[in-house]
Write a protein that binds this ligand. Sequence first.
Ligand code: OSB
Ligand code: MG
Length: 371
Amino acid sequence: MRIDEVSLLTVRLPLRHSFQTSSHRKSFLRHVLVRAVASDGSIGWGEVASPSDPYYSAETVETALLVLERYLAPRVMGVEWSHPDEVAGLMSKVRGHEFAKAGLDIAAWDLSSAAQGVPLSRALGGTRESVEAGVSLGIEPSIDDLLTEVSRHVGDGYGRVKLKIMPGWDVEAVAAVRRAFPDVVVHVDANGAYPDSADARDVMRALDGQGLAMIEQPFAPRDFLASARLQAEIDTPVCLDESIVAVHDIETMLALDAGRVVNIKVSRMGGLSAAREAHDRAVAAGIPVWCGGMHEFGIGRAANVAISSLPGFTYPSDVSGSDKYYARDVIVPPVVAHSGVVAVPTASGLGVVVDEAFVRENLEAETVVTA
Ligand code: OSB
Ligand code: MG
């Protein structure tokens, strides 16, 4: 295959419910959709799910646009390839910028699986026909508001709930949810908000007694040692998210016993090729994985569903239905969860139809890169 043209479409969608993590609050999202045109005229879609601001990782929407336009698209365009892993290889000279790379990588996987006439999930080695989804709930103004949110999603059939925590919003909020919903699988995600301090370790020890499935990213992304010291003190598995940007980071985690679960995010790792490799490495080491999300629009969401169909994804993924976040999605039909389960598309490629008219109605900017 050969990609001859890449359009970068910056699309803005409002969130149905504003979302707060330990670092920031947002009420709308801007993602860059990647429309790659192959030499045979076929079209592949990808999504850059970077947040607008550099608070989750160093990337932003603007850095992704710059790096795609100036470095990544020119490296990939006009080059013949037979497998999307080669596209990841072409981009590997560029250091970092994983979210930007993921946009083009997903488009390449879409093109190649569609050309073979197989669903993306099968092209990746996926074996499941449906995947279990969980919801990620932000920091709410009060514990009552949080309980209302949990109740709404449990009522929708989701059986796994992730609660965002930060210093001052942790043990009490989690205990209230545990009391009200003792049968729901709960885990917490700190997005690296805790310092490596005695106070933070007290909080983690208190959380350790709450029957949580895992504690996600308690400490700063590069602080594998703090994470390892905590894992040695508590029984609850530590899960790493922001720390795992490359497969090498999984090796570091294993060598230090800095965590016992990996959140694999397609965006954070630079695409589906890297996510699949991370899955294989974790499975070989006996480490369970699950697929994290970045509030993706439908294209990135479909990629997350596809990777979640691989056998090592044994814990419910953050691939809730599009309706959790958006009144209307960029794909038709949107991703739908029934009783917390999402069907893996059976049509070839990403297996979803992009609503280009709706994309254009919500377009902020467009850049077309040609060879
Ligand atoms: O840490 O998993 C995270 C969203 C933005 C930034 C970081 C994270 C998240 C989520 C979203 O938790 C999960 C989803 O897409 O449903
Ligand atoms: Mg996380």
